[in-house]
Design a protein. Structure first.
Length: 135
């Protein structure tokens, strides 16, 4: 697992690459969330290049969400895969996490005065099916 950090309008964006599984990958994510507490507890997790999340990884997402939320910040999920969304729906975490397919919308969600386009799960599923059919 590789995590690249960048800032966008004062929001910490973490670009994850690889598998979010038990062990070192979960530890890396925990450390990144802890580091956010010291400066900016508002985090967008970009999952565009995450190829697999196991139950430990899902648990770590919940742990990071809780930690950042309690610190007055928040966690947003960006660009989940179809499988990631299936996991979140099955575990009902889709009702907990704010999920986005557009980075600017994810950042805007931290600013009350900005308009935010909500993530449409049904539209997401339909687009994923179209992609599979076109291959």
């Amino acid at each position: 697992m590789e995590i690249k950090e960048r800032q966008l309008e004062g929001i910490r964006v973490l670009d994850l690459k690889g598998s979010l599984v038990a062990g070192e990958p979960c530890q890396l994510l925990r450390e990144s969330a802890q580091a956010a507490l010291e400066t900016k507890p508002k985090v967008v997790l970009n999952l565009a290049e995450v190829d697999y999340i196991d139950s430990s990884g899902l648990g770590m997402l919940v742990s990071c969400f809780t930690t950042l939320d309690r610190a007055g910040g928040g966690l947003r999920i960006l660009n989940p895969s179809e499988r990631d969304m299936e996991l979140m729906v099955l575990t009902k975490l889709s009702t907990v996490f704010q999920v986005f397919d557009d980075e600017q919308d994810a950042v805007n969600s931290f600013f009350a005065e900005r308009e935010v386009k909500k993530f449409d799960i049904l539209n997401f599923v339909q687009e994923q099916r179209k992609l599979k059919e076109s291959k």
